[in-house]
Design a protein around this ligand. Structure first.
Ligand code: NG1
Length: 525
């Protein structure tokens, strides 16, 4: 380690004094102007992690659904997974070290993790379309090079695409080619093969209107379009040509406001009375898990399927999955890394957050079994095994990927001959409301039971319990956000009016008991 060079370069990416950040649900996220030093240091950390694992590590510069002014960074581990928890702690220590302590922290991490500094290191980098991202990814590269690491900068990529690249590079190309063409080829081949089985003809396929939230998805879907010469027609909205990133559009906006974006959205429709219907991650999990279950029955395999949700899953979805579909459902803390971890316990784990983040995971043993069955079984069984094989290929095994999810959903709807309305009618969502409350320090709220119960501050959970009792079919919980400086409030009940009232009353309780700042929460949305 050339400590002199590190100190010299670090001074060019100096940390603002006293700034403390935490590697949260999805890496570091804050205003872009506070992140230069974090980027440089994550470049350094990625090199250490790469040396330790003797593998390629990914660094993604993005703040996903946050406002355009924010940015963020997360590291991708060798098999395309989220960074290991012990390294999240190292990331937090390194990001928060004052300039004069940087060297010591770097040495500490290397010693604790027994990093062989002579080992080669390789880091791949991707970024979103935020105006601040290009410069910030350059700071990552500075960090990588000063520690002697080699790198490949993919430039503009979606986060799941970077996960895919990391996974491909660390599995010797067996999973796919670590190029953007490789990604499109893998997905389009599986989609075209899968939908060949649909009984309806090609031109009956729905044309899909996609809300791209004025972000990277627009660029990437446009690139992907010509890989689907037939079978899928995609029209892009909020494609970044005029609107601002995530402003009044995007899945997060639509889910939390329960209304359409200024332009269009993936999987929503207006009914005959003009009412807006959103088909969220819970319904996606239901569609996918029921289809997978049907295929397994056809093949005659008794593999265990589990669905993993968070506390934000609509109560009706959980009931439907457990009682009608007889699928076991588990609840974890918010953030896909928690869901992913739980889903790995099953032969097939389907996990989705209500906001649409998610995927289906297939254990390696299952994947091999299905591929063998697809070769050996007869007729109908063989057809089902082939379909399953294509679905496995379509899901980006490395991460929840909205593009993969969209293709799987389109294929299932086509294969089952289902309209979006029929899909939506599987069960009726309980009315719900999500709100944000500003507090001085959101860490005063701690939770347990997969974030469904508040442990601190004292009295808050009791207050929520009393409020919940006033409404029918009701449920409410609060938790500090891992990506924004707010406390999130969720409530559901038998009517929209009740859900709105309950959410407002819980917000007031948070404001009073957890140190609210600014204006008291007002009723009405
Ligand atoms: P936080 O800010 O911790 O609530 C949000 C989403 C998560 C997850 C992450 C990562 C909600 C309520 N929360 O987390 O589900 O997607 O962002 O992007 O939607």
């Amino acid at each position: 380690m050339d400590l002199g060079a590190i100190t010299k370069y670090s001074a060019l990416h100096a940390k603002p004094n006293g700034l403390i950040l935490q590697y949260g649900t999805a890496g570091f996220r804050t205003k872009a102007e506070h992140l230069d030093h974090v980027m440089f240091r994550m470049g350094l950390l990625a090199v250490l992690r790469s040396k330790q694992t003797k593998s390629t590590i990914g660094v993604m510069v993005t703040a996903s659904h946050n406002p355009e002014e924010d940015n963020g960074v997360k590291l991708v581990d060798p098999l395309g997974e989220m960074l290991a928890p012990s390294w999240e702690e190292h990331a937090t220590c390194l990001a928060n070290a004052e300039e004069q302590d940087m060297q010591r922290v770097l040495i500490d991490i290397s010693e604790k993790e027994a990093v062989n500094l002579q080992q080669d290191a390789f880091v791949v980098i991707g970024r979103d379309t935020r105006p601040s991202s290009e410069k910030l990814s350059q700071s990552v590269i500075d960090g990588v090079t000063v520690l002697g690491g080699q790198f490949h900068d993919y430039g503009l990529l979606t986060t799941p695409q970077l996960h895919y690249m990391v996974y491909c590079r660390n599995t010797g190309g067996r999973y796919g080619k670590a190029t953007i063409e490789g990604y499109y080829q893998k997905l389009s081949k599986a989609f075209v093969e899968l939908t060949k089985q649909a009984s309806c003809s090609g031109d009956e396929y729905r044309s899909l209107k996609v809300d791209c939230a004025n972000g990277i998805g627009a660029l990437k879907l446009r690139e992907m379009e010509h890989y689907f010469s037939q079978g899928l027609s995609v029209q892009l909205f909020n494609d970044g040509s005029k609107g601002k990133l995530n402003h009044l559009c995007g899945a997060d906006f639509v889910k939390s406001h329960q209304k359409p974006p200024q332009d269009r959205i993936v999987y929503y429709y207006h009914d005959a009375d003009g009412h807006f219907h959103l088909i969220d991650g819970d319904k996606i999990a239901t569609l996918i898990s029921s289809f997978l279950k049907e295929l397994l029955v056809e093949i005659g395999e008794s593999l265990n399927i589990g669905v993993v949700q968070t506390a934000y899953a609509n109560g009706s979805s959980t009931r439907y999955l457990e009682e009608v579909m007889k699928v076991p459902v588990y609840c974890t803390k918010t953030g896909v890394k928690h869901l992913h971890h739980k889903a790995q316990e099953f032969d097939i784990g389907v996990y989705f957050e209500a906001n649409g983040h998610g995927t289906a995971l297939f254990s390696t043993a299952v994947e091999m079994k299905i591929k063998q069955s697809a070769e050996q079984l007869e007729d109908k069984k063989r057809k089902a095994a082939k379909m399953l094989e294509n679905i496995i290929d379509l899901f980006n095994q490395a991460a929840g990927d909205a593009i993969s999810d969209m293709l799987v959903i389109e294929a299932i709807l086509a294969l089952k001959g289902l309209t979006v309305q029929q899909w939506d009618a599987l069960y009726t969502d309980l009315p719900n409301r999500q709100l944000k409350v500003q507090v001085a320090d959101r860490r005063v709220i701690s939770t347990t039971d997969a974030e469904r119960q508040a442990v601190t501050p004292p009295g808050l959970q009791e207050a929520i319990n009393d409020l919940v009792k006033k409404y029918k079919l009701s449920r409410a919980f609060v938790r500090p956000s891992g990506t924004e400086d707010v406390v999130r409030v969720y409530a559901e009940a038998d009517s929209q009016e009740s859900a709105d009232h309950l959410a407002h009353e819980v917000s007031l309780a948070v404001f009073q008991l957890a140190g609210g700042i600014g204006e008291r929460p007002q009723p009405g949305f």
